[in-house]
Design a protein around this ligand. Sequence first.
Ligand code: HSE
Length: 351
Amino acid sequence: MAHKLAFIGFGVVGQGLAEILLEKKEQLKEKEGFEATVVAISDFIKGSIYHPNGLDLDLVLKTLRETGSLENYPQTSGLIIGWDSFQTIKATNADTVIEVSYTDVKTGQPAIDHCKAAFESGKNVVMTNKGPVALAYKELSEIAEKNGVHWGFEGTVMSGTPSLRMPIETLAGNEIKEIRGILNGTTNYILTKMEQEGVSYESALKEAQELGYAEADPTSDVEGYDARYKVVILANYIMGIPLKVEDVSCKGITEISLKDIEEAKAEGKRWKLLGKVKKENGEVTASVAPEKVEITDSLASIGGAVNAITYECDLLGPVTLSGAGAGKTETGFSLLIDLIHINRERKPVVV
Ligand code: HSE
């Protein structure tokens, strides 16, 4: 049975997933038995369409490209136009809500309320918005559990790189006592550009914005707030520590000059913005701050917009994972992998 999807928000990431669903349609059906039907898309700016029997995704993307509005989708019997996000979440026949709305990073809204509405209507949610997980993990996971639905948020940390699912599934049985990582692509890109090409902080930031790595307001990247959210998500979800945003000390990279970078180089070191959380003797410490790491450190060689994370495991020792931390297809993939996992659990297990 096809998995019915409703998109809440249809910006870069949402369209990234839509393109993947079109491109990989046959492969997903053949290899995973995964078939998706997009029944609704509701975007604050681009408009809203719903058809209980499904929308033609190719036509949706073409309509948007050519007219800028979803609501110019060809009229067909049964098509409903103009439902807002909450009507779409509650009243459509979707199984799963793809929550990629434009959300205030400080309050996590409207994404938090979107999640609640979806769970309470018996719908799964897959999302990339960090706010709901960083600010309301406990409350939302309890509501999802109570309603027997899935909540996937792989893309909130390191886009589609499995920084959440990999430790939960394949490092299970270890105690993870510390996590440290390069969790923000924009700042790593800036530091790499400054070191390798001697470009100023301002021009490196401008490039990162042009390449689409930075948040809508890059203050969140350069002041470390984006990485701080990711530290909170990792602590709660991977380490089971009920860490809050205000528990994480936070310093960004705005004060790092080309001179600092040259000095570190002369010492055989390299500046990296590190997010860390550590549990020792019952005490938890968590921070985001720039650090001069030894050139031999596994995180030192991670350049550009790439992210990397090291999990300190009691049985296995340090395990480092690196990969994309941002990007349209990479983050679109994070939603796909959450959907694939929901689909695998829906399928009857053959023994
Ligand atoms: N602005 C973020 C980054 C995007 O640069 O890493 C992914 O969270």
